[in-house]
Design a protein. Structure first.
Length: 296
């Protein structure tokens, strides 16, 4: 099943419909977990390819349990272990090639799982009030099929507020209509606009490979530089529109990931409007701690 495809939209709508058969949080959580596992199974047809991903999730959960039990020294070691495991599974070139696993395995969505696991570990280690996150809640948060492939990166507290609420958020006719409108808009971005921009990219690349005068090749390169961000935006934001709408139909509010980035007044403003959840995550867990450390 290709993400943001017609099949994905139908699958998400079917899961949203089933999820609303009952307002019980146990029912909605069970439906979401089973839907996420089925979604993974549809992406790969062998259970063996999921073993490294399962090991990565288990490593993160063990670290989380240790922190929840008050093991203060476990925070740094847990975070380091998760980072090293991620680098190893992604096969970064600075590691010795002989250390990598020899069989093909599943890494789609690993980056977004990595961000969520780190978020849980850091919050569990820094928080004064220790919270308990069960294995089911952990898997729901990390494997949520609506955010598995391309985000957005949602904080656990925001996810738990809606998913585990005894009284789920309202879902009236107007809200349903708006979500269907957003799905259509996102589907149009991915299947029409992104495809047009991709065709323009391929045309520019083809011209650059032809024996043409230098000024024509430079013009093709210029076109490629201009078109590529629009292709990324149409493809990425279209997918985000679809999953935000599907999640809302399942009574979960996902954070916005784009805010009209091409109307930004500066590069910094553009960055703050583009992939908002990633930039927020980096500010919270990378830039701000580094700034505090430098000031000290």
């Amino acid at each position: 099943m290709d993400t943001a495809s017609f099949q994905f939209v139908l699958y998400g709508l079917a899961i949203a419909l089933i999820s609303n058969f009952s307002r019980s949080r146990a029912w909605r959580s069970t439906v979401l977990l089973l839907a996420s596992l089925v979604f993974l199974a549809l992406l790969a047809h062998s259970l063996i390819v999921f073993l490294p991903l399962a090991g990565f999730l288990l490593l993160g959960y063990i670290g989380l349990v240790l922190l929840e039990k008050g093991c203060s020294k476990g925070m740094a070691w847990s975070i380091l272990a998760v980072i090293l495991a991620y680098i190893w599974l992604k096969k970064y070139t600075f590691l010795p090639e002989g250390s990598f696993l020899r069989f093909p395995y599943f890494t789609l969505g690993l980056s977004y799982i990595f961000f969520r696991v780190l978020h849980l570990l850091i919050e569990a280690g820094d928080g004064d009030e220790k919270r308990r996150i069960g294995l089911g809640a952990y898997l729901l948060y990390t494997l949520n099929f609506t955010t598995f492939v391309s985000g957005p990166i949602q904080r656990y507290d925001e996810f738990a507020r809606d998913q585990f609420a005894s009284e789920p958020i309202m879902l009236g006719p107007r809200t349903v209509g708006l979500q269907f409108e957003r799905i259509v808009r996102g589907f149009f971005k991915v299947t029409v606009l992104a495809m047009i921009f991709q065709a323009m990219q391929q045309d520019a690349l083809a011209q650059m490979s032809q024996p043409l005068p230098l000024h024509l090749k430079l013009f093709s390169a210029f076109r490629l530089v201009i078109i590529y961000p629009f292709f990324l935006y149409a493809n990425f934001s279209g997918y985000i529109d679809i999953v935000i709408a599907l999640a809302r139909l399942m009574r979960v509010r996902l954070p916005e990931n784009f805010d009209r980035p091409f109307s930004a007044s500066s590069f910094l403003d553009f960055w703050n409007r583009w992939h908002i959840t990633l930039s927020t995550w980096l500010k919270t867990y990378v830039y701000n701690p580094m700034l505090v450390a430098l000031m000290r």
